[in-house]
Design a protein. Sequence first.
Length: 291
Amino acid sequence: MGVLAKETTQLESIIGVKAVTEDVITATQMHRLTVTLNRRDPMPKLGDPVPWGWHSIFFPRLMPTNKLSADGMAAEFEDAPDSPLPRRMFAGNDLKFYEPLRIGDAAKKEIFVKSVTPKEGRTGNLIFVTYGVQITGPRGLVMEDGQNIVFREDPPAGSTTTPPPGELAKTEAPWTRTLTLDEIMLFRFSAVTWNPHRIHYDRDYVTKVEKYPDLVVHGPFTAVLLLELVREHWPDKAMQMSGFSMRAKAPLYAGRPITLRGEPSADGKACKLWAADEHGILAMEINATFR
């Protein structure tokens, strides 16, 4: 626990310190995610809005390769302490949307540590870190986010990384889609978001070192796929989204069927979205609100 206390203190020492990244919102970058999703949309034009939830394809963390850790990742921003524990899991978001990014915008992203909470889990020590994110553009505030990451210890020798028995997802919904993501789609999403985390593309690493059964689907990728249900079934409401709360419940893997479901509210002001694995276990849930 001494190391855990030390690493927690290091992160706590930079709570509130902001790191700033600037980017230009380009049609090419947006189109890269479009084709990754197998959409047939034309190339975006100057002034077109970026769909809500697609902000992760901009503002990449451009860390030098020699600063990356064994899992391919690095600190969330320059001069921050290294990852407090060697493994990480994406846990969720709490987003508020204001004014969309548009093609051609010069925009700015600020990220800072909001809170640090050490805990002891069934497989060892954990550190829960919430990062605050603010994105602004030429028309003002674009979005705010509370992004939750869990850092954990290496799994014990000879063990496998398996979650506890999860809850079964609801199977009745007006919106349903089933698909299987292969390693090419995961690699392309890693590329378009500039995400070097090896659990998404390096099968030897993820199965032999982190002990997962196969390549892990990115949490933000699952969220984007769920939001596609809104764009498909509720197209007039998609850009009226005022925010969403997302929680990752269980991992999803490449090569295995994923079922996406959505249920809009009768008043048109909210929507529930969720994803289930091939066994029907709830993997992710989103509660979205609309203006």
